[in-house]
Design a binder for this molecule. Sequence first.
Ligand SMILES: [Zn+2]
Length: 701
Amino acid sequence: MVPRNQNTEFIDLFDEFYRDYYRNEIGELAQNYPDEQKSLIIDWENLYQFDPDLAEDYRNKPDQLQEYAEEALRLFELPVDVRLGQAHVRIENLPETTAVGEIRADHRGQLISIPGTVRSVSPVVSYTTDAAFECQRCGTLTRMPQTITTGDFSVSEPVQCHGCEREGPYRVNLDQSEMEDRQLVRLEAASTDNARESPDSIVLVTANDTVGDVQPGDTVLANGVLKVVSPSEDSHFDATISDKYVSLLSYEHVEPENLISLSRDDEDTIVDLSEADDIYDRFIESVAPHAPISDEIKLGVVLQLFGGVEKSLEDGTILPGTINTGIVTDPGTFVDDVVRYAARLNPKSIRVDGTNTSQVGLTTAAYRSSNDSKNWALDAGALVLADGGLAAITRIDELKSGARAGLESAMREQEVLASKGTATRALPADASVLASARPKYGRFDQYESVGEQLNLEPHLISQFDLLFIQTDQPDADGDAEVASNILDASVAGEVLTQARQADDSPYTDEEVEEITSEVEPKIDPDLFRKYVAYAKRSCFPTLTEDAKVALRDFFVELRSQGLEEDAPVPVPLRKLESLVKLAEASARVRLSDTVEEEDADRVIGLLRSSMEDIGIDPETGELDDEVTRRGLSEEARERLEDIRGIVHEIEKEYDEGAPVDVVVEEAEKIGMKPSKVEHEIEKLKQQGEVYEPRTDHLRTT
Ligand SMILES: [Zn+2]
């Protein structure tokens, strides 16, 4: 028997597949074609069920199979008198994904599915796929099909006119040419360090009805065929961006948490873990385990990663579930490590540093002119890229005031405006912001009010659900513990490196295991991220009556005190929303469908500690540091008086003035720490109360 023509065989197979699986969908397409619908979307899983070999062929030889699939669609017997002449087949739901950073030349010609965030989109252009060049000398039309595989929109001219055989000049006759819409899209890995020069990204070339399907910040699976061009083959292609690009077949819009694939084993592990009695401690200890930062701050970060539930109200209002946390810190603490580490634990995240980020880079989506960056039109700032994910921003105090205002407005509105000339367009920017900042003078002055040293505009501060202060004050007991922890982490790192690198490590494998396990995260970052993704996908807790009562009572109490006439900081109604979001996040940590009283208590405790940090006494609603500052300055004044008195007594006994060490010694006798005495002496000198006639000797004025 003569084998049937292979083309016909494939076309018949697709025809059978359509009849079994897509009869209704094709009928619908025929009714809507071409104005409302131009493509048939097919699910790869269905194709695999129908014929595993055919489905595998589609992944390995997509260009060819696409042609057969589309030919079969054109030939499909329709109930209505419509011709699906230009209809396309768009395949989706591939069995595996390929990260942007893992795309290799080996994937050339294959159908791959790439998870990522849309970073930029070009303007939509009408691209001439088959250009008719009219010779200006003799009027002959020379047709020139344009290769679909170029990375920009340039059109190649014929070498010579078919009529007069000269090199033009030509005019493109648009009536005789075939055109289609085209758009370039740059896709970036879902977790990105924006501070890096060139984050992993890939260019998508889209055509026809996929054009305009995405905007910057969208989280998608991009399904398409990998093409490789050599720069010489197409000089217009920007070889520094990449010599690879993807000819796009379809987009699937997904929530960031769906970018993480979870196996059945993963799910079992997660559910088991959620039942552990010490689940909160385990998560707290797994946030940057090497960083000696308070459990309150780490709990805040954990709750932020899990997030509250986004709530749609009947009137169409959407209350976002995103939680924002700010940490104002002395230099030299490990706060920035925690901020950066948190980015690793979220399914979608952007890392940004305020010292090298402009307003454009942070909060706006900028239209660029075609000169400075080829055809890119709309380029997303970090908060747009972080839509639905986490924006981890270190040093927001370093942002220019315009960028800070932009940050505040994006956090408030969950969107940013992109403008070009007089036209503006809103892009979603519902990012959960975790930010660190330095205090006003670079370091907290313990003798001044914390509130006055925050160095952030009140409007910006009010966008944070949680605001913590991390000081770096010497404290003998605490320091000993922290120092041991830091040293343990270093030793573990050294032992591990030695065991791996040196030939004669004195440690056995068991010893290495034991030493390193002391500082290992209780939950490794990969599992942490999967757990968060699982919780966000499957857990939407609701408040129980007990939790509601606990939150209400705490809030009413706080408000009533805040309403008193001389209360310096009224507690805004929004704080109640913060409490609810945090309590929902707390329930999600143990995958609970209900928010219990224990969740309410946990977040009330956290909010109290956060408020105490910035100096609001939760008992009185008063700005604590007003009181503290008065108290402190009185106390401080007394202390200064005492020390001045000591200097005055001692200087009588010495010709060269009172030696500093003797003054310190005397002050210790009345219970002052040497470091504090030195600090006070500096103050006295600044105030002109004492001076230094020679080094380390003091005299009163
Ligand atoms: Zn000619």
